[in-house]
Design a protein around this ligand. Structure first.
Ligand code: SF4
Length: 699
């Protein structure tokens, strides 16, 4: 019988609702869910083509595989054989070197239930906090900034604020390509309200700039200078909210003194934009009633990512534009469930329900609830630290779930060398394409989207239910089931769940009394409602936080932080005079293991390229479509040059999606990036590397 099912898109953090139609032959097609509050029927090119990624099983991993030494080929084995050997190797390493000699590296694409069980396993039973995810590359600077300023990792607003805003500042983001459905909502809001003003800050003229009333084409890395200068002008022009500052914030006097230290003229020079644009930006923000900011990797992926975030959030705190309709800082999430992962504590410094490791009471509560061993207070290794620890031998075994770190992590050749040194590598994956697989001692085939059920949380704190629609091919299993079977092989209790609902309900109970309390919710209610926004109280979700202007800090007041505008990124010099920035293209997702299968999605842009300003190209004798080599001390990339005036002179851009093609890694942008990280969030500086570019001559 043909049938239709409602579920949620598994790509970006917008979290669009999707209706999947299944015909008599089991073939799937998709359309946007008109009843879904997020997308109201719209889908972007990636979402529209999702069914192809599930229907084409030609690249799927079907059976567990294993090898006893790196020189031997892997062989098909049973689930019991694969998990028993893995349990034996993990146990041996833990016994000999301690629990911190093993680690799990997961993904913002995992479902909440999957995150929950792997976090419970390593923290509650193995006894290490070595779990981190590719969300470290995406959101960790925003998370730290929210905690420092608002007292909690909590996005204050809701997408419905878009239609009530009259000024939206998009900082270091290109939502027209990377969060397209959200951008269409902004386009529609602007069409309905001609007074809505859009400001975009970005070193490139992107598709998002087409609708901007003001584009601030700043030098890479100068965002704090920009935000401080706007803050100074808002103060000087009397556009701050004195009553809000007095009653609901702390730290304003210090902030005011700090932003006065750099003149507006000087700030304009540092940012590389006309001074008049700073006045214009301050006027648009100062005169608005509903002021929203939206940002992604341009702020987060930085060695000063937390300060960039805080400097933007400060603009809301000094103008009192937070916790009100059409107002608030709004970090856009790159991945579909980065937020759900944090809800269950799936990062190396977190515990479930946003509890923290360094609080002994929190550790005790979680231990008592799980009934496992004493929780370690020692922070676990973060994403890049895991690979550094493999390189120097501290970390012996790594289990990689649903992620392709050899394409997505910075300084990819270092990461690859580190993975080679690991004693034991487990890769849990759906596809046979990711580069990481060649280093796997054990491969565990996982179920994909529509082949399992569970929940995810999007960027506006909306928890959505995802339905199982078809069976996984071969012997592939849902990720949560794989982890639970392994935990049982390790001899641990508390992993005998018979359905994802039992995991989710356990997570709900563990949130009781926390700021993200969903203890009144359970899986069946979520399945019935399809989505709710946390916290869930008195039978209702919460669309907007801080409407009472009480923040989650100890004093109840939001903290305005002060810091200088220094950026400690890699320096350019005579050898490497250009700044490389990396990013996404419209129709590809992450490292292309799913979108790369869909030929329609290659029609937009089929191969990697370098954007370079015509002046920089002329100096180097480079013409349109020449093959160029981009290099620095870490590695090189060889792609076609695309000359364009949409990029700032002195800056070049590479898309981050491509990895190895026909055994050549010369398309991989992360050959060139460095593994400097923000000292607070540990998020890598993926948007800033010093490089040189030359025309490539065949030897
Ligand atoms: Fe999926 Fe994001 Fe596109 Fe929506 S905007 S369809 S969530 S990729």
């Amino acid at each position: 019988m043909p049938s239709s099912f409602k579920t949620t898109c598994c790509y970006c953090g917008v979290g669009c609702g999707i209706v999947v139609h299944k015909d008599r032959q089991g073939r799937l097609t998709v359309e946007g869910d008109k009843d879904h509050p997020v997308n109201k029927g719209m889908l972007c090119s990636k979402g529209m083509n999702l069914h192809y990624t599930v229907m084409d099983t030609s690249d799927r991993l079907l059976y567990p595989e294993m090898r006893y030494s790196r020189n031997m080929p892997r062989q098909r084995v049973s689930w019991d054989q694969a998990l028993e050997r893995t349990a034996a190797v993990f146990s041996r390493i833990i016994e000999k070197h301690g629990p911190d000699a093993v680690a799990f590296y997961a993904s913002g694409q995992c479902l909440t239930e999957e995150y929950y069980v792997v976090n419970k396993l390593i923290k509650g039973f193995i006894g290490s906090n070595n779990i981190d995810t590719n969300s470290r590359l995406c959101m960790s600077s925003a998370v730290a900034a929210y905690k420092m300023s608002l007292g909690e990792d909590a996005v204050p607003g809701t997408y419905d604020d878009i239609e009530q805003a009259d000024c939206i500042f998009v900082a270091g983001a290109n939502p027209a390509w990377c969060h397209p459905v959200l951008w269409r909502r902004i386009e529609a809001a602007k069409a309905a309200n001609p007074k809505l003003r859009i400001i975009v800050s970005d070193p490139r003229i992107t598709q998002s700039c087409a609708m901007a009333d003001l584009h601030l084409q700043l030098h890479p890395g100068t965002d704090i200078v920009l935000h401080h200068a706007i803050g100074r002008l808002l103060i000087e022009q009397g556009k701050t909210d004195a009553a809000f500052i007095r009653q609901h914030t702390e730290g304003f006097a210090k902030y005011r003194d700090m932003v006065m230290q750099r003149s507006i003229a000087e700030a304009a020079i540092v940012c590389g934009i006309p001074e008049t644009q700073l006045y214009e930006a301050a006027a648009l923000i100062g005169e608005s009633k509903g002021f929203m900011t939206m940002w992604t990797m341009g702020l987060n992926q930085s060695v000063v990512g937390v300060h960039k975030n805080l400097s933007l959030i400060n603009l809301h705190l000094i103008t009192g534009r937070i916790g009100k309709p059409g107002c608030g800082p709004f970090s856009l999430t790159g991945q579909p469930n980065a937020m759900g992962g944090r809800e269950v504590g799936g990062l190396s410094n977190l515990l479930p329900a946003h509890r923290v490791l360094d609080n002994p009471a929190h550790r005790k509560e979680v231990q008592a609830f799980w009934g496992g061993r004493e929780l370690s207070a020692k922070p676990g290794l973060t994403a890049t630290q895991m690979f550094e620890a493999m390189n120097d031998g501290r970390l012996k075994a790594i289990w990689i779930m649903c992620s392709n770190p050899l394409v997505s992590l910075p300084d990819a050749r270092f990461m690859e060398a580190a993975l080679k040194k690991a004693k034991f590598v487990v890769v849990q994956e759906i596809s046979n394409k990711p580069e990481t697989l060649q280093y796997a001692d054990v491969i565990l085939p996982a179920a994909a989207w529509t082949e399992k059920e569970g929940t995810m949380t999007n960027a506006e704190r909306r928890i959505s239910y995802l339905k199982k629609i078809n069976d996984a091919p071969g012997e592939a299993l849902p990720d949560a089931e794989i982890i639970c079977r392994f935990a049982q092989k390790m001899g641990y209790n508390g992993f005998d769940y018979t359905h994802p609902s039992e995991i989710y309900n356990e997570h709900c109970r563990l949130t009781a009394g926390t700021n993200i309390d969903i203890s009144g919710l359970d899986y069946s209610r979520l399945r019935e409602k399809r989505s709710i926004q946390w916290p869930y109280k008195a039978g209702k979700g919460t669309a907007r936080l801080f409407e009472d202007h009480r923040f989650y800090t100890a004093s109840g007041k939001a903290a305005i932080h002060s810091f200088d505008d220094q950026n400690n990124s890699e320096q350019t010099d005579g050898n490497f005079p250009l700044v490389l920035t990396t990013g996404r293209i419209r129709d590809q997702w992450h490292t292309m293991s799913k979108t790369g299968k869909v030929s329609k999605l290659k029609q937009h842009i089929a191969s990697a390229f370098l954007e370079i300003h015509p002046e920089d190209a002329r100096e180097r004798g480079i013409r349109q479509n020449d093959i160029v080599e981009i290099f620095n001390g870490r590695g090189k990339v060889r792609v076609k040059a695309q000359l364009c005036t949409t990029i700032k002179q002195g800056v070049v851009f590479l898309p981050m999606h491509w990895g190895k093609i026909l055994n050549s890694d010369l398309n991989r942008a992360n050959n060139l990036t460095n593994n400097l990280v923000d000292p607070i969030s540990k998020q890598p500086d993926l948007k800033f590397a010093a490089v040189q570019v030359v025309r490539f001559e065949k030897p």
